[in-house]
Design a protein around this ligand. Structure first.
Ligand SMILES: Nc1ncnc2c1ncn2[C@@H]1O[C@H](COP(=O)(O)OP(=O)(O)OP(=O)(O)O)[C@@H](O)[C@H]1O
Length: 300
């Protein structure tokens, strides 16, 4: 049964992906027009534009569709998460990695992706994580994760696409820096020296599947503290395997699940949230259970 919308806002990132904006627009606008009274298309002119339009006008729409990559989705989530009346959200994979779209089982083919909206078969109320005064839908990471994103230059990302993530990861892996972290979660305190700290809500990073136990609807964030001795395992996980499973009999990667966590880093560090870089030292993460309603693809 097709749902009919009164007003749809389509926000597209003109700079995302491989410059295929016009082709993509021609593919997605006719089917979207078929399921609504009015379709507004907003092409971002600059960074932060998607966040601003979602925050300022999101309440006027019953569906917001983001056609862009994880950075544009991150902006939209930050614009919509703080609204009292939140529209439904749909993602069309117009970026390079499209990790959040992958986490939602949205097809990577644009024509098939728009069908997830027009067929309106599957929807989920998914968790969003509040991190200080920002929000993320997919992941928060520091150490190797943020170094990896820092090393990606826009040019190589466009040419090589997802491959550049592996190359960049490999480069930063020559010299893994150690971070001292203190995490308070579930009434316990963890003090660890790590090469990477990852808090995951979604199930994909750099187009790599993460462990299948991560769930977007469970009200919990999955935190991985990767010690130096866990580094070979991490490398194997990201570069060789792609099954989305991690086995760690030696406890070199500590995994906890919690509804909230206080993170203290001994020094201010670059933090990657959904592929966007921030600088943080103390950060409180709080899961907002079922905070946004998303159109999703069929469960695999
Ligand atoms: N019109 C614009 N001009 C400049 N920057 C923009 C514009 N619109 C969005 N941005 C920014 O461009 C960055 C990259 O966009 P986005 O993440 O959507 O694509 P991508 O990097 O190719 O995809 P992915 O993150 O999935 O690999 C984001 O930080 C976003 O905020």
């Amino acid at each position: 049964m097709t749902i009919f919308y009164s007003k749809i806002l389509l926000v597209c990132n003109g700079k995302a992906g491989r410059g295929e904006l016009e082709i993509n627009l021609m593919e997605v606008t006719p089917p979207l027009l078929d399921i609504c009274d009015a379709l507004t298309v907003h092409k971002t002119k600059d960074k932060d534009d998607a966040e601003k339009i979602c925050r300022e006008t999101g309440q006027e729409y019953d569906l917001v569709v983001i056609m862009g990559g994880d950075g544009t989705v991150h902006e939209a989530v930050n614009g919509l998460a703080r609204l009292s009346l939140k529209p439904k959200l749909a993602i069309l994979p117009g970026g390079t990695c499209n990790d959040f779209a992958r986490s939602l089982n949205i097809p990577m083919n644009m024509g098939q992706a728009v069908e997830t909206i027009t067929a309106s078969q599957y929807e989920k109320d998914i968790d969003i994580v509040k991190a200080g005064d920002r929000y993320f839908s997919n992941f928060w990471g520091t150490g190797l994760v943020s170094k990896t994103s820092d090393n990606i230059d826009a040019g190589s990302k466009n040419v090589l696409g997802r491959l550049s993530y592996y190359i960049s990861a490999f480069q930063s892996i020559q010299d893994p820096e150690l971070l001292n972290v203190t995490i308070t979660a579930n009434g316990k305190v963890y003090r660890e020296e790590v090469v990477m700290l990852l808090a995951a809500n979604g199930r994909s990073i750099g187009a790599n599947p993460l462990p299948a136990s991560i769930d977007l609807e469970d009200g919990l964030i999955d935190i991985y503290m990767v010690k130096k001795t866990g580094f070979p395992l991490l490398k194997e996980f990201f570069m060789i395997r792609s099954t989305g499973e991690v086995s760690d009999p030696t406890n070199d990667i500590i995994h906890i699940q919690a509804p909230a966590a206080d993170i203290h880093l001994d020094e201010k560090e670059k933090v990657d949230m959904d592929g966007e870089l921030y600088e943080e030292q103390n950060q409180t993460l709080e899961v907002l259970k079922h905070h946004l309603r998303l159109i999703v693809g069929e469960d695999k």
